[in-house]
Design a protein around this ligand. Structure first.
Ligand code: ZN
Length: 277
């Protein structure tokens, strides 16, 4: 069943990467003025800043800190490199806690030439190695399955079924899943896996954008909602029917959009959010 059309901005969150040319202060000011309700903060947006102060500024502007993006990248052929990734993820968890973000989004990682099974095993071990620290700080970890075109080097977790399997196997209330329509829209098993994720109580985030035809860059050519072929409202309906009541997070990496006037881009996002999400 399709979700009801969106009539207000109370669940609109924007990822800072979506308006990459803006520094965090500019993003906070412009989003808040436009009525955006939440921000997902990318780490590069707070590089060199005090995350606690950044979090305070966001809340003082009347917005929620929805997530910190991103941790992960656990797999590596050398043990010392896997340990380095774990150490980095411990720091990321601290950053999320200081920022006041409830969860960290995990781009889990993969190594070209290493089997996907081995990478998945290392991802699970990497997540498990940070669980005690996540528990101390109260930070949740959201496994984000990535489209299979990224299976070589960005994530060996490529379907919601695999993400559910991993979250279920780890069996911690701190570990859940981020559902991103860009990565998952093509999957014939998606509706069933969203229901399953809901039953497990593990839908931590819902990310939206669109799939352009043709897609000219594997990473930096995401579309604005309505510009492509993803049935966003239908997928939102499944996620909401599965019990998710959190933010709709606009996450668009687009070289073309980053070169345009960002104020105008923000206005286009607001319109597309109402009309095509
Ligand atoms: Zn995402």
């Amino acid at each position: 069943m399709e979700a009801k059309p969106i009539t207000d901005l109370s669940k609109l969150c924007i990822h800072t990467i979506t308006t990459r040319p803006w520094c965090l202060d500019d993003a906070i000011g412009h989003y808040a003025a436009a009525g955006v309700a939440g921000i997902s903060v990318w780490r590069q947006a707070i590089e060199g800043l005090d995350p606690a102060r950044a979090g305070r500024r966001i809340r003082e502007a009347g917005m929620a800190v929805v997530s910190l993006v991103r941790g992960g990248f656990y797999p590596a052929t050398e043990k010392k490199d896997r340990q380095r990734a774990i150490d980095e993820n411990l720091r990321i968890i601290d950053e999320a806690a200081a920022l006041g973000a409830p969860h960290v989004v995990l781009v889990c990682g993969a190594v070209p030439g290493q089997s996907l099974e081995e990478s998945r095993k290392q991802i699970r071990e990497g997540i498990e190695a940070t669980l005690a620290h996540a528990a101390e700080t109260g930070i949740k970890l959201a496994i984000e399955p990535l489209h299979p075109m990224y299976a070589d080097s960005r994530s060996a977790v490529n379907t919601l079924g695999q993400a559910n399997d991993m979250a279920e196997a780890i069996d911690s209330p701190l570990v859940g899943v981020a559902v991103d329509v860009y990565h998952l829209w093509w999957d014939p098993d998606l509706e069933r896996q969203i229901r399953r994720c809901g039953r497990l109580g593990k839908i931590l985030a819902f990310h939206i954008c669109d799939w352009k035809t043709p897609t000219e860059d594997l990473l930096y050519d995401r579309g604005l909602m309505g510009e492509g072929c993803i049935p966003i409202r239908r997928i939102r309906g499944w996620v909401e029917a599965a019990g998710f009541a959190g933010f709709n997070e606009v996450e668009i990496f687009s070289t073309a959009r980053w070169t345009q006037d960002q104020q105008q881009w923000l206005q286009e996002i607001l319109r597309a959010y109402r009309e095509a999400s």
